[in-house]
Ligand binder design. Structure first.
Ligand code: F6P
Length: 362
């Protein structure tokens, strides 16, 4: 009997179900013995407290196109992995116990940065672990792409598309705040796809005066008098970068909604006299069905994961490099963030299209 444990951890995204379905199908195809799949409920919590459901063929039918996760997810335990739980139990020991009691042959973790750190820890503790690169943020080291990312870019782009008409009718400056945590992959790609005038990213601290200059110049150009600014939720001005975390939080707390976009909107209104509106698509970016790209991508990743499991190759994250599905040792990935490089060709190309990153020196 081949016993495979599976869990989805961290913020959800599109194609979690599609990935699990592909792993199941591939394991069934490649295994030389009967297979049992144990699906842990709500991420690592399920593994800690032995809360699982047996997953059978029927559970995987019709979920290719369904967003979210049939297993539920949680962010427990990330930063506090080494703190005992409410009853004073060691969390890693609890997980190892469940793994042992159920006589699992391996554990598959579908997760982002925090989840993969825990996966690596379990691997170091002797468990057979495979990780799958999940997140709309695309910020995982060791892979060119994560599943969920392309679907989120599609949703964010549609949001920008819809803002165009109302921005144009009213001649307004619109700020669209997009997710991405500490990185700018999602805002960068959706910003280019949606025809943004300015894109502000965490990796490129912006200068407020430069942003204002671009807004004022567009007002007098032939390009029309509306403007779309895409702001990453983690973007920060050069000035704000000098503040401590506490000081920055205090500064944001003056605004209706304590985020960089509302602060920037108030500043632009004050300095230009233009009407500025903010739109935050928020968790819609993680919602709904995976797009076609993600369905294919998740299917390829899951297919290779199933093969690794049946070949007994563990301690890896399944990844995507140069258009191929590869495996990367978990220890090489854990704890590292993949940032947008300010000198990357995509940034240069965007600049040549006239997109400002709010850092230009004239
Ligand atoms: O990591 C995915 C993500 O959606 C980030 O882009 C965002 O910063 C965060 O999760 C939001 O987390 P929560 O769902 O806990 O509000």
């Amino acid at each position: 009997m081949l016993r495979v444990g599976m869990l989805t951890s961290g913020g959800d995204c599109q194609a979690l179900n599609a990935t699990m379905r592909a792993i199941y199908k591939s394991v069934k195809h490649n295994a030389k013995e009967p297979v049992e799949i144990y699906g842990f409920i709500d991420g690592y919590k399920g593994l800690m407290y032995n809360n699982f459901k047996m997953l059978r063929g029927d559970d995987f039918a019709s979920i290719l196109t369904v967003g979210g996760t049939i297993l539920g997810t949680s962010r427990t335990p990330f930063k506090d992995l080494d703190k005992p739980d409410e009853k004073g139990n060691d969390k890693v020991k609890l997980m190892k116990k469940t793994y042992k009691v159920l006589e699992l042959d391996c554990l598959v973790v579908l997760g982002g940065n925090g989840s993969i750190k825990t996966a690596n820890r379990l691997s170091e503790e002797g468990l057979n672990v495979i990780a799958m690169p999940k997140t709309i943020d695309n910020d995982l080291w060791g892979t060119d792409m994560t599943f969920g990312f392309q679907s989120a870019v599609d949703i964010a782009t549609r949001c920008i598309d819809e803002i165009h008409t109302t921005a144009s009718s009213h001649g307004r400056v619109f700020i669209v705040e997009l997710m991405g945590h500490k990185t700018g992959w999602l805002p960068l790609n959706a910003g280019i796809a949606g025809g943004a005038d300015i894109i502000l990213l965490p990796e490129i601290p912006y200068d407020l005066n430069q942003v204002v200059k671009v807004v004022e110049n567009k007002k007098t150009s032939n390009d029309g008098h509306f403007m779309i600014i895409v702001v990453a939720e983690g973007a920060m001005s050069k000035e704000d970068r000098k503040l401590s975390k506490k000081e920055y939080k205090e500064r944001l707390s003056q605004y209706m909604y304590p985020s960089v976009s509302y602060k920037l909107a108030a500043e632009i209104e004050e300095l230009t006299g233009r009407e500025v509106r903010v739109t935050v698509p928020g968790h819609t970016q993680r919602g709904g069905a995976p797009d076609a790209y993600d369905r294919v991508f998740a299917s390829r990743l899951g297919s290779e994961a199933g093969k690794l499991i049946c070949d007994g190759k563990y301690g890896y994250m399944v990844a995507y490099k140069n258009r191929e599905i590869i495996k990367v040792p978990l220890k090489e990935v854990a704890g590292k963030l993949k940032l947008v490089q300010p000198d990357a060709s995509i940034i240069e190309q965007a600049r040549m299209l006239g997109i400002s990153f709010g850092d230009e020196q004239e």
